[in-house]
Design a protein around this ligand. Sequence first.
Ligand SMILES: Cc1cc2nc3c(=O)[nH]c(=O)nc-3n(C[C@H](O)[C@H](O)[C@H](O)COP(=O)(O)O)c2cc1C
Ligand code: SF4
Ligand code: SF4
Length: 370
Amino acid sequence: MADLKTRICGIEFSNPVFTAAGPTAADFKMLKRAHEGGAGGLVTKTISLAPAKVPIPNISNFAPYNLMNAELWSEMDYKKFIYEELTRVKELGVPVIASLGYSPGDLAALGKELKGKGLVDAVEFSIHYVDKDADNLRRTAASLKENIDVPVFPKFSPAIGDLPLAVKMLDDIVDGYIAINSVGPGLDFDIKTLKPYLGSADGRGWISGRAILPIGLHFVASIYNLSAKPVIGVGGIRSAEDVVKYIMAGASAVQVCSLSILKGQGVYGKLAKDLNKWMDENSYADLESMRGILHRQEKGEMHYLYEGKQVLPSVDAELCDKCGACVRICVHEALSINEPVELDKELCARCGLCTQVCPRNALEMKEELI
Ligand SMILES: Cc1cc2nc3c(=O)[nH]c(=O)nc-3n(C[C@H](O)[C@H](O)[C@H](O)COP(=O)(O)O)c2cc1C
Ligand code: SF4
Ligand code: SF4
């Protein structure tokens, strides 16, 4: 059995799949369910000084495995969250990361409230609703760091303008990074009633789930290259393979929100179990042997065209069962079912899409021709 333990800023987590700030981390009851569902770390819904007044309705399932939401932060009084909910969450015996927001003043006050209480192992602060100007980010991080005695992680919004500058401005203050928050704003509405599906004042909301996985991976891979500090990945996780991608891109752990809303809070343990199986099958003994390996390969291996190679889809006749999925997806009509699949090199635009839809992994972009 692969070792799933991960250590971040001296905190040991039994597995790298955590909750993320959202409705499935809203209070003790929810976090207890996540713990019973196998979460290796418990991240809370964002706590702020003023309780949120959340519009109704506030979550829409606009595509499979994708959500758009107009939730804000916790609707609970912050003292109740800290003294009633967090006290009981701490008793579950799993490391706890409190999500806090938003202004330097709010964060200083919340930091003082939590300091010395032993209720949380770390804190993350969301930059979702704050001015993403680098000086303001630095001020915001400093005001929390100066007032608390546990590791501090900024949670990046994908709307951040200059990521290298943000990391440069924060790196001597914070203890690590979390990326990413939901993407947007976005809009969707009913074409008969013309009413948006979300009840926010402008009908807009924030997109999460499957579609944002590549954005999350881009952020994690970039932060890994910009800082020596740990990074926790979040966004679009649906399977253990997605967790593997985040770890290979450099993450020390991941957080899961939309999938837990759509499939229930057993998803954390299921992802951890499937991750363990995948690591055993692929000979990774622990997370550290996998972490960041995306960056350790030669550039030529990372990109087919890097060395100027001419590549084309190549079929493995042993694996191909002639299902026709590749033929149907090709807009250039370059593939046809034969003995096995046949490629018309003149028609093929080398886009690579057919290799991604093959359910049997029978197609690969290679120099050899089929
Ligand atoms: C309904 C909902 C509410 C959320 N509330 C918060 C929040 O209070 N604070 C925060 O930092 N992120 C919040 N998020 C963002 C998630 O923590 C996460 O960063 C984002 O959804 C991407 O992860 P996912 O694709 O696994 O959902 C929320 C997301 C959803 C879907
Ligand atoms: S999608 Fe894969 S299995 Fe199906 S016909 Fe094409 S190569 Fe064969
Ligand atoms: S690489 Fe693109 S253009 Fe070529 S066969 Fe595949 S789908 Fe068609």
